[in-house]
Design a protein around this ligand. Sequence first.
Ligand SMILES: [Zn+2]
Length: 242
Amino acid sequence: MKEKLLLLIKIQECDSELVKLSAKKKTLPENIEKLNQEFSAFEEGIKKNKLKYDELKSRHSENETKIKKINESIVKTKERMLEVKNNKEYQAMLKEIETAESSRGEVETSIISILDELDKLAVLVKKDGEILKQNRDKYEQEKKTIEDDLNAVDSDVVNWEQKRIELQKNIPDDLIARYERIRKRNKGIGVTSVWKAVCNGCHMNIPPQLYNEVQRSEELFSCPNCNRIIYFQDIEKPSEIS
Ligand SMILES: [Zn+2]
């Protein structure tokens, strides 16, 4: 492999890695944000049974208070009955007690159905709690993986940039300028392999004579279609580039 070409290929590797890293720096925080939103939505959804449970629990204690008040009023009415002078008043009080007792009955019936519902909900709430815990663990794990990845990006960028600076020292300025020019016009790829007369940059065929020359000559050739600097690589053999 031609020495300059080998250096260019390595420079290309650095540049491609740097492009990937800068994309990561943008997408990883977006992935974290997406994960946060998904978990919040899940958490919100799974709270429904618990909210219903809490609401019923407070209705239950309201009903207990109602019963207490009804009982107190019955006691008071019974006390007043001891002091009544005429039958009409006495009958009215009996009626009052009867009404109070019947509404107490209604409240008691509602308490029974609430308790029944609370029992069923308690089972669901417990299950939801377990599911929520599992999901929270999974969410936190995934988030940590992405965060670790993101934290590594900056130091990776420094490493690749350093490597690139070292490589560039050994390449003539005009060649690096040519590479940069081509790379800017070709989606970040300035040098690419050719195999079976096909350019791996643009996937177009290159003329047979050029293909022969690329394999034999020490010169640097460009793809006639995409203009990228091309080199021959037998992809069925282990790479010479390392
Ligand atoms: Zn090409």
